[in-house]
Design a protein around this ligand. Sequence first.
Ligand SMILES: [Zn+2]
Length: 135
Amino acid sequence: MADDRTKAQRSETMRKVRGKDTSCEMSLRRELHRRGLRYRLHTDLPGKPDIVFVAARVAIFVDGCFWHGCPEHCRLPATNREYWEAKIARNRTRDARATRALHDDGWIAIRLWEHEIRDSVAKVADRIAHTLRDR
Ligand SMILES: [Zn+2]
C-alpha cells in the first residue's frame, strides 16, 4: 500500500513538471521560427538535444528547472526526497557527459534553464542567434 502511494505521488510530480518543460520549449521554438531560424528536432546526438542547428553544429538543450536541478527553482518534494535527489543527480551527470561529448565532436552545446525562457524568450533567442551568426 505504502508503495502504491509513493508511486502515485511520483507520477503526480512528474506530470506537473513535464507540462512546464514542454511549454517553454514550444515558446522558444516558435520564437526561433518567427526569426527565420530553421532547426531540427530529433537527432541522435549525445543527450538528445531539444533543438539542433545541423549546419552550424549548435545544439540547444532546454533543461527543466526541476529535472536538471536548477539552483534557483528545483524544489524537491518532501516525500521520497532521496529518490528525487538521486534521480536529479543522475540527470546532471548525464547532462555534463552529453555536453562534453558534443564539444569533443566540434559542437556548441547551449544549455538553457526553463526559467530563462520563461523570463525572456527574446533574450534567449538573441543569444542563440548570436551563436549561430558566429559559426
Ligand atoms: Zn530555474
